[in-house]
Ligand binder design. Structure first.
Ligand code: NAP
Ligand code: MG
Length: 495
């Protein structure tokens, strides 16, 4: 998987890179996907009208164009979906032999691959992310999760979780807007492999790829009720996690909402996993291959406009090479292309919503107010839509808000250190603990750092690598539970 941005001439600056190449526009066709004007809720294998819900619009954040009208599920709709999922779990899915469940999951994965272009274009339209990322990362990885967990469905007794692990029942799953299809796949694939049925709530601003996935589930002839998809806002999510028929809640989103869900479920006996925010340190030692590290820094924070829970949003660079790294980084950023997400040459797409744009602006302004130095390449932002230029802050102190709070945007805070011990202390100086990166030539230092860093995932000489076989999850305010790999099954089994 490679998603390092390519060179481009869109931005201008005081110190232009030595060679520049002109790119002709290379837009992906939006005609490959058929967006309906209006969508119902996916309950018991059918698209149905909401009974006590309402309608809302979803827009393309790159153009502000309304893409479709979507239903917001009310409490009565949540109840219908949970009832359908309960019946499907008891009567069909929970008692089906694992090797039969596997066939459905393989089929879903294959159809996702067949319809990959549609899924990628739809994801880019609804989310604002570059087509190169949805095409090369989100969609193939989502299919890979279904393939991987299909393989586990008939081998649960060999997963090291006891000889006869049992499904929990109905899983209520709530996902965010930054990787809408991929997060749905992370949730659905292990739950289904383990014999649970699901009610999934996508984020309000990005419901469309989950609704296309519902069509794919119909095409795969998944038995009715095994997966139900309820679009809506936070209220729908809250009603879902509170429903007494839900045995397991899986939530990915902000730490704030995660905490409120944990409070509301206390004493209910429901199983819970939380995948929350992060403020990852990307640590560059002086002996690292610096140009490779610079690519990794760019990928770490500017991939998906920085809307990444495990983004390398704090660069910790050894003082002796700090100037060189920051200079190299700035000259690299001058070549990033920001603009039409459907253009195959685009590196940075749109910010997902005006609310998120406002949050990024507010935190970036606080960086300036608190005394850090702000830098962006000169970069023309489109007139319509929600945009924020790639931004680097130097002179950042550990107490600054931009060093502590998750910005969830294309904004990097640069801090320096002198010794490995200081690097560890600064990297761990956060309430989060989701991911970290280490750049060094020394193998022993990589292992030592990995032991010292309090983060669920530590990447060495790379960043933002994902694979369905590898567990992912956090410590502290980044949540608990693991998704991916054999560990991801544990969250959906009574062992
Ligand atoms: P969010 O506001 O917490 O929303 C996440 C999901 O929860 C959305 O579907 C949201 O619906 C729903 N929701 C809101 N209030 C709820 C409530 N009271 N009860 C139940 N559900 C509720 O998070 P976000 O701002 O959309 O997403 C960004 C956050 O997700 C970041 O902090 C990021 O780090 C985190 N994230 C973590 C991971 C991980 O694996 N650790 C991965 C991706 C993202 P609406 O969208 O309709 O409001
Ligand atoms: Mg949208």
């Amino acid at each position: 998987m490679s998603h390092a941005p390519r060179a481009s001439p869109v931005t201008t600056s005081e110190a232009p890179p030595a060679r520049r190449f002109e790119y002709a526009p290379a837009p992906e066709s939006r005609a490959v996907v058929n967006i309906r004007p209006s969508y119902g809720l996916f309950i018991d294998g059918e698209f149905v009208e909401p009974t006590d819900g309402s309608l809302f619009e979803t827009v393309n954040p790159a153009t502000e164009e309304v893409l479709a009208e979507v239903s917001a599920a009310g409490p009565g709709d949540v109840d219908r979906a949970v009832v359908a999922a309960t019946r499907a779990q008891r009567e069909v899915w929970g008692s089906m032999p694992g090797k039969e469940r596997a066939k459905y999951l393989f089929r879903v994965a294959r159809i996702m691959q067949e319809r990959a272009r549609e899924l990628a274009v739809l994801e880019t339209l609804d989310n604002g992310k570059p087509i190169r990322e949805s095409r090369d990362v989100d969609v193939p990885l989502a299919a890979a999760h279904f393939f991987y967990y299909a393989g586990w469905a008939d081998k649960l007794a060999y997963a090291g979780l006891g000889p006869a692990p049992r499904p929990l029942g109905v899983a209520g799953q709530v996902v965010p807007w930054n990787f809408p299809l991929l997060m749905a796949a992370w949730k659905l694939a292990p739950a289904l492999a383990a014999g649970n049925t699901c009610v999934l709530k996508p984020a309000e601003t990005t419901p469309l790829s989950a609704l296309l996935l519902a069509e794919i589930l119909q095409q795969a002839e998944l038995p009715p009720g095994v997966v139900n998809i309820l679009t809506g806002a936070g209220d729908t999510g809250a009603a879902l996690v509170a429903h007494p028929g839900v045995a397991k809640v899986a939530f990915t989103g902000s730490t704030e909402v995660g905490k409120s869900i944990q409070r509301s479920l206390a004493g209910s006996g429901k199983h819970l996993t939380l995948e929350l925010g992060g403020k990852a340190a990307n640590v560059v030692f002086e002996d690292a291959p610096l140009s490779q590290a610079i690519e990794g820094i760019v990928n770490g924070i500017f991939f998906n406009q920085g809307h990444v829970c495990c983004a390398g949003s704090r660069l910790l660079v050894q003082e002796s090479v700090a100037e060189q790294v920051v200079e190299g980084l700035k000259s690299r950023l001058q070549t990033l292309r920001l603009g039409d997400p459907l253009d195959k040459n685009t590196d940075l797409g749109a910010i997902n919503s005006p609310q998120q744009l406002e949050k990024i602006r507010e935190l970036a302004n606080s960086g300036e107010d608190e005394g850090a130095e702000r830098w962006s390449p000169t970069c023309a932002l489109p007139d319509r839509g929600y945009w924020f230029p790639p931004t680097v802050f130097t002179g950042v102190a550990p107490a600054h808000r931009i060093a502590r709070e998750e910005i969830f945007g294309p904004v990097l805070s640069v801090l320096t250190f002198r010794t490995p011990e200081e690097a560890v202390a600064k990297a761990n100086n956060t309430t989060y603990g989701l991911s970290a990166g280490v750049w060094t030539e020394k193998g022993s230092r990589i292992l030592w750092m990995a032991q010292q860093l309090r983060a669920g995932v530590v990447w060495a000489n790379t960043f933002n690598r994902f694979d369905p076989t590898s567990p992912f999850g956090g410590y502290r305010e980044s949540g608990f539970g693991r998704e991916g790999g054999r560990h991801g099954l544990a969250a959906y089994l009574d062992v």
